[in-house]
Design a protein. Structure first.
Length: 62
């Protein structure tokens, strides 16, 4: 798995000319790993929010 640094809040500077975009710099495997990390974090946040609201184990549809 890739080492993942914490996501910072706020605006991200646009790339300057002559630099490679993220899409160009990652391999197919790195993209897959990145997507897995993002999905895991989103799932964790959703479950945490449901726990906070006391609704995690209710069999209702969102």
């Amino acid at each position: 798995m890739m080492d993942v640094e914490p996501v910072r809040s706020g605006a991200v500077d646009a790339p300057t000319s002559g630099t490679m975009s993220v899409a160009e710099s990652l391999t197919h495997r790195e993209w897959d790993e990145l997507v897995d990390v993002v999905v895991d974090r989103i799932e964790r946040r959703v479950l945490d929010e449901l726990d906070r609201r006391g609704r995690r184990f209710l069999p209702e549809v969102f």
